[in-house]
Structure formats: structure tokens, C-alpha cells
Design a binder for this molecule. Structure first.
Ligand code: ADE
Length: 224
């Protein structure tokens, strides 16, 4: 899987993806990450990537030429779809992550300012993706989220495939409470069933706990 990210802050990607599961996947050659500086594709002295919106209004809009030229240059190496990070985009969930993880690569353009000139989407046949119903100051963190959520589904990236199958969303369940040693901590004991060694009972307990866990927990917090 090859990721190409286009951003005005390509330096943001270096540290994040040299660590942990994704860092190891890069080291092992399972995934490739390339962060490109959008300003490299400007032709003016000020390396301007944004301009005022036609029709007026606050803020600035990302100019089409640098983005389109950046993506055209990348396309020689990456045949994957183009993604624009936008707060109004299609919502990223586990199903969309799994779909994107099937691609040979992804080209992700990080939006900034009030948005990207809409001709970019049209010209590149790009897909707009949002990571949630809130507005961030730029598309770099959304790009990182898209990369992390998809890269860990690439075969071999997560060491124990069992931990993928158990992922909360894979089966539309929301996980079960987990415990590790010590069996008792500050008077709080781990549920007996987990120490019983009775795997059928443990499975049943976990299934019961998992059903509707998010709804229950959300209610619990609301009622505090
Ligand atoms: N840019 C700003 N906010 C965003 C969000 N929630 N998802 C994707 N891109 C964004």
C-alpha cells in the first residue's frame, strides 16, 4: 500500500509515522508513505497556495493549479484514488476504511482554509472524506487518521490477525471490558468469570457485555 499526502505542512507526517504499528510497517516495507509539499507546485515568487473566494465571504480558498499539478506528478507512481479531507465529506467508518484498504494506494490532499477550489474534485474525480462531525484547523490530522485506519488493515501490518477480527466494529459490536493483572486493585476485583478458565462462559459473558456497550456507557456518563 502506497500513501502520498499533499500538504503545506509535510513535516507533520514524519514523527507520527516513524512510531508504533505504522512505523514498523514502514520499516518492514508493507506500506510506503510520501509527504509532498504543496508549495513545490507553485510557480510564483510567494509560493501562494490560496486566494480569495469568488463571490466574497471570509477566509481563503485553496487554488486549483498547485493541487492538480501535485496530484498529476504523484499519479505516475500511485494509481490509487484521490481523497480530499473536508469536514463535510463522506464520514469515515470501519466499512469505508476496509474499502479504501483494498486500493493499491491512496493520494490524500489535506485541505486548509475555507476549502479547496471545487474544480479540483471535478478534475481529479476525487472523493471528499470527513473523519467526524467537527471542524479541525486543517486536513493533516484527518489524513493521519485515514492512513492509520487503513494501514492496519493491510495484511501483515498488525502482528496478531486475531486482534483485527476482534475489532469492535468488525462485527458491529462495541467490545467488552478488559482486565489484566493484578486480579484485585484498590478493592476492585476482576469479574470472577474471567478467572474461571471456563471458556464457554467467558465467551458468553463477553458477548453479553459487548452488546450495546456504547449506548450503555453513553447513558451512564449522561446520568452522572
Ligand atoms: N478538515 C477540517 N475538519 C475536518 C474533518 N472533521 N474531517 C476531515 N477534514 C477536515
Amino acid at each position: 500500500m502506497r500513501y502520498d499526502v499533499v500538504s503545506i505542512f509535510p513535516g507533520m507526517f514524519g514523527t507520527v509515522f516513524s512510531q508504533g504499528v505504522i512505523g514498523r510497517a514502514v520499516e518492514r516495507g508493507l506500506i510506503e508513505l510520501h509527504a509532498h509539499d504543496l508549495r513545490e507546485h507553485t510557480h510564483d515568487r510567494h509560493r501562494q497556495v490560496d486566494d480569495m473566494p469568488f463571490g466574497g465571504g471570509p477566509g481563503m480558498v485553496m487554488k486549483p493549479e498547485p493541487v492538480i499539478e501535485a496530484v498529476e506528478a504523484i499519479r505516475a507512481e500511485n494509481r490509487g484514488p484521490v481523497i480530499l479531507t473536508e469536514p463535510w465529506g463522506e464520514l469515515l467508518d470501519q466499512k469505508l476504511a476496509a474499502e479504501l484498504a483494498q486500493e493499491p494506494g491512496l493520494i490524500i490532499v489535506c485541505g486548509r482554509y475555507e476549502g479547496i477550489d471545487d474544480r479540483v474534485r471535478a478534475a481529479l474525480g476525487a472523493r471528499e472524506i470527513s473523519i467526524g462531525g467537527y471542524v479541525l484547523s486543517g486536513g493533516e490530522i484527518p489524513a493521519m487518521v485515514i492512513i492509520d485506519a487503513t494501514a492496519r488493515l493491510v495484511p501483515g501490518v498488525v502482528g496478531d490477525p486475531g486482534s483485527l477480527a476482534q475489532d469492535s466494529f468488525s462485527d458491529e459490536m462495541s467490545g467488552w471490558p478488559q482486565y489484566t493483572r493484578p486480579a484485585e486493585y484498590r478493592g476492585m476485583a476482576v469479574p470472577d468469570v474471567l478467572l474461571s478458565g471456563d471458556h464457554a462462559r467467558i465467551r458468553q459473558w463477553r458477548r453479553q457485555q459487548a452488546a450495546g456497550r456504547r449506548v450503555l456507557r453513553t447513558e451512564e456518563v449522561k446520568n452522572r
